[in-house]
Design a protein around this ligand. Structure first.
Ligand code: NAD
Length: 251
């Protein structure tokens, strides 16, 4: 089957679906200009990933914060990062009542900015900060972030970005919400993830076990492709999702 035929088949399957779930990884945001963490052009080629270890953050806070600010906050403030056409299609399908959730491994907030309301942020979200002492949350854009390290205005405690550092657990709401969404969907679309990061990588298998059709969009085969994927579409999600969308006739 050609890729074009597969795209038509995907549109046919999705048109009949009542509960679609999107499962996204770094590749979904690549066309928004966000570099991957690993591989060519990945940020961990330049920086030590230990700066994102939770114990290191507490023990060497100033060193760790310097790198975090440079990698995550200077980059995002200096570049205009916006949802790409792939993000927008997922938001449109939710507004049309067919997509029940996006489960994302990304921390870039782009699904919410695109308009999705039910987003399970498996690894948290860099657009928020949380106080490690009192738990108060702050939108990142309301903080100056000039102080090293940043502190909570309410209690003076140490702030940290509200995404998961190495050594931290998955946020409970996102974890259980993702499992429930995977168990209750009829079509599960894996988008732009290599499937190498656990425990997030076990979520697609749950959808499969509960009878969902698994569609995958990726630039190259992932750990899922030859195991659980029913229909593999090779290419960029920012191009393939909009093409599928033009062929959708909801039934
Ligand atoms: P990964 O880097 O392991 O894999 C990315 C996948 O996306 C690859 O399979 C690649 O072939 C595919 N890809 C690249 N460009 C694509 C495109 N335009 N369209 C479709 N697919 C494309 O990413 P991962 O599996 O998400 O795991 C990396 C971890 O790093 C995740 O936990 C994530 O939290 C984190 N991360 C997040 C961001 C972000 O928030 N934007 C960016 C980098 C890494």
């Amino acid at each position: 089957m050609t890729n074009e035929e597969k795209i038509k088949q995907a549109a046919e399957i999705i048109s009949k679906a009542k509960h679609i779930v999107g499962f996204t990884g770094a590749g979904t945001s690549a066309e928004s200009g966000i570099p991957p963490f690993r591989g060519e052009g990945g940020i961990w080629n330049k920086y030590d990933p230990n700066s994102l270890d939770i114990d290191f953050y507490y023990s060497h806070t100033k060193d760790s914060w310097k790198i975090i600010r440079e990698v995550f906050y200077n980059f995002f403030n200096n570049n205009e990062i916006k949802p790409n056409p792939g993000h927008k299609v997922l938001a449109k399908w939710e507004q049309e009542g067919r997509l029940s959730a996006v489960i994302t491994q990304n921390i870039d907030d782009l699904h919410t900015v695109a308009g999705n309301k039910t987003v399970y942020e498996f690894h948290g979200n860099m657009a928020r900060f949380v106080c490690t002492h009192c738990g108060k949350k702050y939108p990142a854009k309301e903080l100056q972030l000039t102080e090293n390290p940043p502190h909570c205005e309410a209690c003076g405690g140490l702030l940290k970005p509200d995404f998961i550092f190495f050594g931290e657990g998955i946020p409970e709401k996102a974890y259980y919400g993702s499992i429930e969404a995977a168990e209750n969907c009829d079509v599960f679309i894996i988008i732009g993830t290599s499937g190498q990061v656990g425990p997030a990588n076990m979520i697609p298998g749950i959808a499969k076990q509960h009878g969902a059709k698994i569609i995958e969009i990726n630039m190259q085969p992932s750990t899922y492709t030859n195991y659980i994927t029913d229909l593999y579409l090779e290419g960029k999600s920012g191009e393939i999702l909009p093409t599928i969308d033009t062929l959708i006739e909801w039934r």
